[in-house]
Design a protein. Structure first.
Length: 285
């Protein structure tokens, strides 16, 4: 493990980041551990998979969000992990890595400063696809036991068939995202038959019982919005506790950048979700 700590970010509640290596399915993966100095050991660990369309390593780009996530109320410890990119090995390499990272985390609690009580899986876009699939895999394989899943602007439908994806307003940014999703799936799922596999397309799964509670976040102007909401409704139909939030469009910044995932409201919703889970005495099976 690399024990080099970076500088503290005051805006992220004195969160410290430590670089480390975690075990994937076939080898070591790059990871980062985020935590405040408030507690020696925390009850909640969030394992996070970054966006990147299955073809890019976006750990660096996710750094600011992860610092703020580790600094929310209840101060979870956050483990962010890379995964095998589709340019190296396509599906199911990434999901097998993601599940292996969860298992690795349960075996390295002391190293992570985690009590082992609550384990959440989370991700953005392609990373949210992996998070949702990890919930399915953990149920199917009997481990690890997850307390919750946080899916932010999740990619759940390789068919790109929803109205919000197909009926794009005249917005270059949204068109770029839609085109990027199509390209991502072409690289990740070169075998067309895999596009209906539940471990590639959770939205197509017909077996969604006994999954952990889900917080699903999208934005009003997000092309992925409809599949996020459809998945939440489908989970609820199978008796899974699902909270779906459609946030207002992200504010346009002065330099023409959008605030990622309406970050403030997203972090507030995640903080509430964690607080509710920590208040529950029983974890889902």
């Amino acid at each position: 493990m690399n024990d080099r700590f970076d500088a503290v970010d005051p805006a992220a509640d004195a969160v410290r980041m430590r670089e480390l290596e975690v075990a994937g399915e076939q080898g070591l993966l790059k990871g980062r551990l985020y935590a405040t100095g408030a507690k020696a050991r925390r009850d909640t660990l969030v394992v996070f998979f970054p966006p990147g369309g299955f073809v890019a390593d976006n750990l660096d780009d996710s750094d600011g969000f992860l610092r703020r996530l580790a600094g929310v109320s209840h101060a979870p410890v956050v483990l962010a992990s890379s995964y095998t990119l589709a340019t190296v090995r396509p599906f199911p390499a990434a999901v097998e890595d993601a599940h292996a990272v969860l298992l690795w985390a349960t075996k390295n609690k002391t190293r992570l400063g985690w009590s082992g009580k609550h384990l959440l899986v989370a991700g953005i876009e392609a990373g949210a696809n992996l998070a949702a699939v990890c919930a399915l895999m953990s149920r199917d394989r009997g481990a690890p036991r997850l307390a919750g899943q946080v899916l932010i602007m999740p990619m759940l439908d390789p068919g790109l068939s929803t109205c919000s994806m197909r009926e794009m307003p005249n917005c270059p940014d949204q068109e770029k995202l839609a085109d990027g999703c199509a390209a991502a799936y072409r690289g990740y799922l070169p075998n067309a038959a895999d596009r209906t596999h539940p471990y590639a397309s959770p939205l197509q799964s017909s077996r969604l019982k006994n999954l952990p509670p889900a917080l699903i976040l999208s934005a009003d102007d997000d092309p992925l919005r409809d599949e996020a909401e459809a998945y939440g409704a489908k989970l609820a139909g199978f008796g899974v506790q699902a909270t779906v939030r459609r946030m207002l469009p992200a504010p346009q910044m002065a330099d023409n950048r959008n605030e990622c995932a309406c970050e403030g409201p997203a972090l507030a919703a995640i903080a509430d979700f964690i607080a509710d889970l920590e208040g529950q005495e029983r974890l889902p099976a």
